[in-house]
Design a protein. Sequence first.
Length: 144
Amino acid sequence: MSRSLNRVTLIGNVGKDPFVRKTGKGDTVATFPLATSETWRDKKQQMQERTDWHNVVAFRKLAAIVEEIVQKGSRLFIEGKLQSRSFESNGQTRFVTEIVAETMICLDSKSKESNHSNGDSRSENSPESITSWQLNKQDDDLPF
């Protein structure tokens, strides 16, 4: 038996407010772009920066949480799996690669989370203020 691993871990900033929709079966789906950046010094000791954009998709309960708390500029930790798919658009086959989120941790206070804190008075910078959500494996029967 061959074993393999499909695991993606990203920390970045949300580029646009999430787009949330319902599937034909009534499941919630949230998609949003996440930017990750790296910096380095070139041979002339000049700082260089490169930003990569990742398409993130969340399903069901995690998508509902994304809808409630994530907004453009939110800093997130996302863990999930890489998935490629194709679809037809204007008679052409298009291909997309996405990160299917299974775990999300909000890393800053820019999220809408402060409006849904359940009366908790923790400091925004304390480790206890970092909130994590994880997709239950029972919810893992994705609609595709």
